[in-house]
Design a protein around this ligand. Structure first.
Ligand SMILES: Nc1ncnc2c1ncn2[C@@H]1O[C@H](COP(=O)(O)OP(=O)(O)O)[C@@H](O)[C@H]1O
Ligand SMILES: [Mg+2]
Length: 310
């Protein structure tokens, strides 16, 4: 590669990667990274709003809901990275503006507070009572100046018995009333339905849906921004209506599938030397679909010959 070569089809900050050797570019594509897109940005904007909300009796809460693989956890992680905990050497106090943790797989109150304590940096303590754990959480959240509490995978509450679910909803209600910090819950649509069964919580939570991608400008923008960062040496045509429709039909508009599919065709483009993605990339005979969940759909949708009975 000539160093002076300018990859004008790429975002300036990403041009240098196109100069890397094939195996390095493939590694780059496979690496875990945050990809900004309009809908994620909108969700992050909502989260930022909560962070600066003045304390008042009824704090607003947010439910981020959508199917598995739509990018909820990714957004939460980004939000946490944007607002990291800070340890003050002078005072010896840690402030943690965003406290995020995952629901335990069963909605057990003790396990719930254990997860919260772990997020707060306190090692597991299953010895004490639930009340003790609750009080400790409340004290630490205050001391560490927590301003938003984020609970991911809230649909795990549905794995419990009816009674456990009621207790869990009470716990959420207690947290919103007692702590006076906004609560953010992330989960599937079932989680939303479950929250709605508690009138007080239903009145408190704003719901933001991460719906499947549709054939619209936001989706075409997402494809265009992927085309601008992937280290391919030729200009891709990812922005066209036909590519957009094809990607949607192969992925059902689920974020994780879209990203995996584009990564797969990008790597194939490096290996074959085509160095760009276009409509043909998605029909290549030797295209190996990245996720099991996509196989059936693609065979049906693309009318591929298949020996598999589905
Ligand atoms: N904004 C993003 N940037 C990069 N990768 C993403 C993004 N959103 C989703 N993904 C990909 O999709 C996968 C599933 O996202 P995740 O946040 O775990 O979904 P959910 O929590 O909604 O089930 C991630 O592991 C990642 O590979
Ligand atoms: Mg998740």
């Amino acid at each position: 590669m000539v160093m002076s070569e300018v990859f004008e089809h790429l975002h300036p900050a990403y041009r240098e990667y196109a100069c890397l050797a094939d195996h390095e570019r493939i590694e780059w594509i496979r690496a875990d990274r945050w990809i900004n897109h309009r809908r994620a940005e909108a969700a992050l904007g909502k989260l930022e709003d909560l962070l600066t909300y003045p304390k008042r009796d009824r704090m607003p809460c947010l439910l981020l809901f959508g199917d598995v693989g739509m990018g909820k956890t990714k957004i939460i992680r980004k939000f946490v990275r944007d607002h990291p905990a800070v340890f003050n050497e002078g005072t010896g106090v840690t402030t943690m503006p965003v406290v995020a943790f995952q629901m335990p797989t069963q909605p057990d109150e003790g396990d719930f507070y254990d997860e919260l304590l772990t997020a707060l940096g306190v090692p597991q303590r299953r010895a004490g009572t639930v009340r003790g754990a609750r009080n400790l959480c409340r004290r630490l959240l205050g001391e560490m100046n927590a301003r938003v509490l984020v609970i991911d995978e809230v649909h795990a509450m549905l794995a419990g018995t009816y009674r456990q679910q009621r207790i869990f909803l009470n716990t959420l209600r207690f947290l919103t009333n007692d702590l006076r910090i906004p609560l953010v819950c992330a989960g599937t649509d079932e989680a939303r339905m479950a929250l709605l069964t508690d009138q007080q919580l239903a009145d408190r939570f704003d719901a933001l849906e991460l719906a499947h991608w549709r054939d619209d400008q936001a989706f075409r923008d997402l494809l265009a921004s992927l085309a601008a960062i992937l280290p391919l040496r030729q200009r891709s045509s990812l922005g066209s209506a036909s590519v957009s429709r094809r990607v949607l039909s192969m992925t059902d508009g689920i974020t994780v599938r879209v990203f995996r599919l584009i990564e797969t065709v990008a790597i194939a483009a490096i290996r074959s030397g085509r160095e760009m993605i276009d409509e043909e990339s998605f029909t290549a005979e030797d295209l190996v679909l990245p996720l099991v969940s996509m196989t059936v759909k693609a065979q049906r949708g693309m009318g591929r010959k298949s020996s598999v009975a589905v």
